[in-house]
Design a binder for this molecule. Sequence first.
Ligand code: FES
Length: 99
Amino acid sequence: MKTASFETLSESRAEVPVTFAGQELMLPEGANLAAALLAAGITTFRHTPTSGAPRAPFCMMGACFDCVVEVDGITRQACMLTVTEGLTISMPQEGADGS
Ligand code: FES
């Protein structure tokens, strides 16, 4: 999989369906969730509650919290998770359908 900014090093993983903000995506099973979403072209993971500024993964090691999403209704850091089939991912406070 390749986008303008990111390219995966291996295509050997099976892809599984997940949903991000109401958008169905096929991501490589077992891949880092934050990296897989970025490679799929998702560039905004959440918006700040004060200014509404968009945020996306920065540190990729659990320190910055810019990758926070809701996974199956629980707030999590995407960079600390792996892709599994059927994940329902939403932006915090914006709902599973992105509204
Ligand atoms: S990218 Fe910094 S905590 Fe996930």
